[in-house]
Design a protein around this ligand. Structure first.
Ligand code: GAR
Length: 221
């Protein structure tokens, strides 16, 4: 996509596993015209999660591919790849998609798959990030959008939002503060990508061709 050419709408496939609030934030930004893209499909690996209904309420195409129907991770990822590719996306957006991905899958979408993770990566990869940040006595916590690579929660960072940790916070209060920022930064990163501004090259995330720092562009609230 060349930003100076006649705008061609990027096609986005969003993968979810649960409540879908990040998917909604992106879908609302598309609907408002802030992101010039089409959401080709919302794909979920769990039937009957709330996010699926939210997608249907927005007239988005949905598909369910239940991982429980597959005996190996490889077989599931292969079927998922075929399903995603049937929508011919420019960008795959992992929005609370709670699966460990195989190297074949991450390689296939190299440079065109983003993830959101609720910590200031590289801190707190994996689960229970809010409680772990509290247990470590952090004064700041946050959320990261990054390109997906083979390393779990480890690819080059596009953008982070930093939030304060307050005395008296528990995991839920901290999660809520972080999630407000998730819904700010994920649409920004998707917009950048669809405008051809955010790229991955030589292992580095770049904005307008310039390498981003290891923590990406950082917003503070
Ligand atoms: C979000 O908080 C996202 O950061 C997290 O899952 C939640 C999904 O919420 N992702 C991860 O933990 C990935 N490692 P949502 O379904 O309401 O968007």
């Amino acid at each position: 996509m060349n930003p100076t050419a006649t705008p061609e709408k990027a096609r986005i496939v969003i993968l979810i596993s649960g409540s879908g609030s990040n998917m909604v934030a992106i879908a609302d930004a598309v609907k408002a015209g802030d992101i010039n893209a089409d959401i080709a499909a919302v794909i979920c690996n769990r039937p009957e999660v709330a996010g699926l209904q939210k997608a249907r309420d927005r007239d988005l195409d949905t598909a369910v591919l239940d991982h429980k129907g597959f005996t190996t991770r490889e077989a599931f990822d292969q079927a998922l790849m075929e399903l995603i590719d049937s929508y011919d996306p420019d960008l795959v957006v992992l929005a609370g998609f709670m699966r460990i991905l195989t190297p074949a899958f991450t390689a296939h979408y190299h440079g065109r798959m983003l993830n959101i993770h609720p910590s200031l990566l590289p801190k707190y990869q994996g689960l229970n990030t809010h409680q772990r940040a509290l247990d470590a006595g952090e004064s700041e916590h946050g959320v990261t959008v990054h390109f997906v690579t083979e390393e779990l929660d480890g690819g080059p960072v596009a953008i982070q939002a930093v939030v304060p940790v307050y005395d008296g916070d528990d995991a839920l209060s901290l999660q809520k503060r972080v999630q407000v920022q998730e819904h700010v930064i994920y649409p920004i990163a998707v917009k950048w990508f669809t405008e051809g501004r955010l790229t991955l090259s030589q292992g580095t995330a770049r904005l307008d061709g310039q390498p981003l720092p290891d923590h990406g562009l950082q917003l503070r609230s």
